[in-house]
Ligand binder design. Structure first.
Ligand code: GLV
Ligand code: MN
Ligand code: MN
Length: 427
């Protein structure tokens, strides 16, 4: 039977064609969502499972052997024909925020599959295995912590992470079991005996810098440190009509003052960003004084000392506000990552690959968190940022130009080829 073999017809240098294949897959993947008419794919949800089933098919079509680990990650492996070859990692996350765009995380998985497919179909043998990982939990929008998928791969997952619960009281261990994993094995990494040579994550920039510089791609040098907290404010619920203003302990009014203080502390240091993105008010009725509020705090920065200083100021201000208002404060830290540095040698290979692809190499830091942060505990990491329109992310209007995906694929192919040459030189 005669059929049109697109890969033969379009030579491997037709990056735009390959980019359009990536785009089509990303659009298809966006159908795996918990809600209709929007993309919302929390970790270990039904839509996460369905998305992995589809990605597994694409990995297999690209010539990879595929396994699911016990932390909800999917791992596709392209084996080198060289015996006992070392492994290089690629990938990104498959979970999304609510009302997400289609590129955050998912681009890094699908672009890596495309890159591996091309490497696998080339006549020259690669001297290393490539594992592409669809990480299970980068957004942290179901459980209070995050990066547990990549921590499991890195062998740093704390067993306590199995006991935390989502808003419905389901623990991570229960969610893993429903997902088909064995939580008792979730913390076991198969990568510790023979550490991977390195990791490359392709990710949209999620900021406006590459657009300002008129560049398709950029090299990430470092990823900001991040901390997440849950703060609970306990006041007294009461009748909205009868309790005099001077006799109230209104948990929401106190929280509002705390939120303003957090904003003003973060604004006082250009190296810091602080966000309160979740607020739960109870009992939550128009005619009842709020008796209890729980809010989240996400605090990030490049410099750990600045983060420490901002954290200390914020909690001191929260206590100063709580005391005269007679509300009780309890807080917990749910997550903490240090600023993470990308590997300079992998960065140099990216730089050469970008230059040879006709783009001016440009370095930038990442304000967003990435699986690379956790993987940096396992092996040297690198990240290639891809320009996104107006820097918009975590929003359905997230957009990436086909030409920029094409450039990312070209750079990645050059990078993987150069990396192979380095491996051969180093024996
Ligand atoms: C993930 O997108 C994060 O930076 O919070
Ligand atoms: Mn992401
Ligand atoms: Mn994200």
């Amino acid at each position: 039977m005669l059929f049109f073999d697109s890969k033969r017809f379009f030579p491997m240098t037709n990056w735009k064609f390959r980019a359009s294949e990536v785009q089509v897959k990303l659009e298809e993947l966006a159908n795996y969502s918990e809600v209709k008419d929007a993309l919302a794919r929390p970790t270990l949800s039904k839509s996460h499972k369905k998305a992995l089933e589809q990605i597994q098919i694409w990995m297999q079509e690209a010539g990879m052997a595929v396994v699911n680990d016990h932390a909800g990650n999917l791992i596709g492996s392209l084996k080198s024909k060289i015996e006992n070859a070392p492994t290089f990692l690629m990938g990104s996350h498959v979970d999304t925020v609510s009302n997400a765009g289609i590129y955050d995380g998912n681009l890094g998985i699908i672009a890596a599959i495309s890159a591996v497919e091309l490497v696998g179909s080339s006549s020259s043998e690669i001297p290393y295995n490539i594992d592409v990982i669809a990480f299970s939990d980068e957004e942290g929008n179901r459980f209070p912590d995050t990066l547990t998928g990549s921590q499991a791969v890195a062998g740093t997952l704390d067993p306590n992470a199995l006991t935390v619960s989502d808003s419905e009281g389901i623990t991570r261990a229960e969610a893993l079991t429903s997902f088909g994993c064995d939580p008792a094995l979730a913390c076991n990494s198969s990568y510790l005996d023979e550490r991977p040579l390195g990791y490359l994550e392709i990710h949209i920039e999620q900021g406006p810098v590459l657009e300002r510089e008129d560049l398709s791609v950029g090299i990430v040098t470092a990823i900001n440190g991040a901390r997440r907290f849950t703060i609970s404010v306990g006041g007294n619920a009461g009748h909205a009509g009868t309790v005099p203003m001077s006799m109230r302990a209104d948990a929401l009014a106190a929280s509002a003052e705390m939120l303003m203080a957090i904003e003003s502390i973060a604004k006082s240091d250009p190296g810091i960003v602080a966000t309160v993105g979740m607020l739960e008010v109870s009992p939550g009725a128009r005619n009842v004084i709020p008796g209890h509020v729980k809010f989240s705090l996400d605090l990030r920065g490049e410099n750990p000392v600045s983060i420490d200083t901002a954290q200390a100021s914020i909690f001191s201000e929260i206590n100063n506000i709580a005391s005269p208002r007679q509300v009780k404060i309890e807080w917990s830290q749910d997550y903490k990552t240090p600023p993470t540095f990308c590997d300079p040698s992998l960065g140099e290979l990216l730089e050469e690959s970008i230059r040879e692809s006709g783009v001016m190499p440009f370095e930038l830091t990442s304000g967003a968190g990435h699986d690379a942060v956790a993987i940096a505990e396992l092996c040297p990491v690198s990240m290639l940022f891809v320009r996104c329109e107006k820097g918009i992310s975590h929003h359905p209007s997230e957009a990436v130009k086909l030409n920029d995906i094409a450039k990312a694929l070209e750079v990645t192919h050059r990078f993987l080829t150069k990396f192979g040459q380095t491996c051969l030189r180093n024996g």
